[in-house]
Design a protein around this ligand. Structure first.
Ligand code: ISE
Length: 336
């Protein structure tokens, strides 16, 4: 079987990173097209994968028949038209999170996919491919410590750029917990509540950070998440699962702890790039393997919709301080 020819849309940080990952770590795939209206960026990324062609827009690359599958790595606000274009062209696509910025647009993607009759869209929620989260999901479902009662999560970033807004605490960062809490519990999030913690004055004046979010699932499990983008010490994403007769924890450190000279020390990640490096790799390899057979292997457009609807409730609660209940559209049989 020949290599899957991938067109990468967006030659920014994430796109350039995925291009190198596909080149160096993924079997059975080659990047053949780099698509970005910024020609200099596109050329620079394409130079890392000799033989690839640069396009200014996705429709041009589709017309040229430049790829068998698409990886979208632009910011979410640019996704909708590209998603509708890949569905119309029948191209399996891995779309970086968020699927689209709002629930209404997400339903447009869902409707288009249902009308086309093929599952083509996978959303880049890479935490579902992290070994720790996968193991925790098994523990929750196999119940060796009894029923899951609560999830205690921390999502900490060292810092963010000045362009980062309060809403991004939910839409750009917490979005991962919103997906992964449902992945772990298999239960939809039915209500969202955000509390502001004491403001960290290390951050930009416009940011009201950190926050504590409470995600309530239909089965009654509450996940509390400290969402903090100014911790300075490193990048940390950890989850403690509280069971009836035990606790399981994932993600505390980057690895080895050393005891020496009357003290002990360990290491912590500095960025999501290393914390989730293995998860990104597993996600991409499984997607490539599935796309070579015309399909997907991971969170669907419907999952993207559920997250978008919960994000809207999260932003509302962030603004009003009220607990917000979430109502979802009925799930099409196509996604069951
Ligand atoms: C970033 O966009 C990500 O997706 C990271 O995983 C997350 O930790 C970070 O907060 C986001 O800004």
């Amino acid at each position: 079987m020949s290599d899957l020819r991938i067109g990468v849309v967006g030659a920014g940080l994430m796109g350039a990173d995925h291009i190198l990952r596909i080149r160096d770590r993924i079997a059975g795939a080659t990047v053949t097209a780099v698509i970005d209206p910024d020609a200099a960026k596109a050329e620079a990324a394409a130079a890392t994968v000799p033989g690839s062609t640069v396009f200014a827009s996705l429709p041009e690359a589709i017309s040229a028949g430049a790829m068998d599958a698409v990886l979208i790595a632009t910011p979410g606000r640019f996704h909708l038209d590209d998603l509708l274009a890949v569905i119309a062209a029948g191209l399996p696509t891995l779309c970086e999170k968020p699927l689209v910025p709002d629930a209404e647009s997400a339903l447009k993607v869902v409707d288009a996919e249902v009308a086309g009759g093929r599952r083509l869209i996978q959303v880049g929620f890479m935490r579902r491919f992290d070994a720790g989260y996968m193991e925790l999901r098994d523990i929750i479902h196999e119940r060796p410590y009894g029923e899951l009662l609560a999830l205690r999560c921390a999502h900490r970033n060292p810092s963010v750029p000045e362009s980062y807004t309060n809403e991004m605490l939910v839409n750009d960062s917490l979005v991962h917990e919103i997906d992964v809490v449902r992945f772990l519990t298999d239960s939809p999030i039915v209500a969202f509540e955000v509390k502001h913690l004491k403001r960290n004055t290390n951050n930009f004046e416009h940011l009201q950070d950190p926050i504590l979010a409470f995600l309530e699932t239909e089965t009654g499990v509450v996940a509390d998440v400290e969402m903090n983008v100014s911790v300075r010490f490193g990048y940390q994403v950890k989850t403690e699962a509280v069971f009836e007769s035990g606790i399981a924890e994932i993600g505390r450190t980057a690895g080895t702890t050393v005891w020496h000279d009357g003290a002990y020390s360990g290491r912590e990640h500095a960025s999501f790039k290393t914390r989730f490096a293995a998860a990104f790799e597993t996600e991409l390899q499984r997607w490539v393997d599935a796309a070579r057979n015309g399909g997907t292997d991971g969170p669907s457009a419907w999952d993207g919709y559920l997250v978008a609807a919960a994000c809207a409730a999260g932003v509302e609660s962030l603004t009003t301080g009220q607990r917000v209940e979430i109502a979802y559209a009925p799930q099409p049989a196509f996604y069951r």
